[in-house]
Design a binder for this molecule. Structure first.
Ligand code: HEC
Length: 152
């Protein structure tokens, strides 16, 4: 068989792999869960990583409400920054491929929403709570649509 033949096979495989990775990046790896949500299939360590981030979100929500009640705008800024876009712990690429596009966008938008809460602290506690309320809508819509399931 000619070298050209192998070169063509290599190119076809490369294109197929690139297309598969692109497809995965958008669709993720999901199954329909018993409760009707889309369950993203992860390994235990990947799920633990994301759930730890989730618990960090909940802590931040409590801290922000508490700081707003105390009129402590610098504490609001500090907490909001901790869960904002700049401090996002990077998700490993192989996990990224398992997350559907809409999930990734909603996740990023939640981090951005915390940055907006931090900016609202320049205005005052009412603006902080309004901005936090809007951001909590993203937690709710993601939880309504997705869950995690462990593949192995
Ligand atoms: C992009 C999607 C997404 C967003 C946005 C999101 N979550 Fe989650 N969260 C999940 C999924 C999926 C689970 C796992 C649920 C399941 O498997 O039933 C979860 C679980 C949790 C848990 C349980 C953690 C544990 O240890 O079991 C908490 C608490 C939580 N989220 C808080 C939040 C808060 C607060 C926000 C908003 C500030 C938020 N989440 C935003 C997807 C999201």
């Amino acid at each position: 068989m000619s070298t050209k033949f192998f070169a063509i096979i290599a190119i076809v495989l490369w294109v197929a792999t690139a297309a598969f990775v692109g497809f995965k990046f958008i669709s993720g790896t999901t199954v329909t869960a018993t409760d009707g949500r889309e369950a993203i299939v992860l390994e235990t360590s990947e799920r633990d990583f994301i759930l730890a981030e989730m618990r960090g979100f909940l802590v931040a929500v409590q801290e922000i409400i508490s700081a707003a009640n105390d009129n402590d705008m610098s504490a609001v800024k500090e907490t909001a920054h901790r869960v904002g876009r700049a401090e996002v712990e990077s998700v490993p690429p192989e996990t990224m491929l398992k997350l559907p596009m809409a999930f990734k966008q909603l996740g990023m938008s939640t981090h951005d929403g915390f940055d907006e809460v931090g900016l609202a602290a320049e205005i005052g506690p009412e603006a902080v709570l309004e901005s936090l309320e809007a951001n909590l809508g993203k937690c709710i819509s993601c939880h309504e649509a997705y869950s995690f399931s462990v593949g192995n």
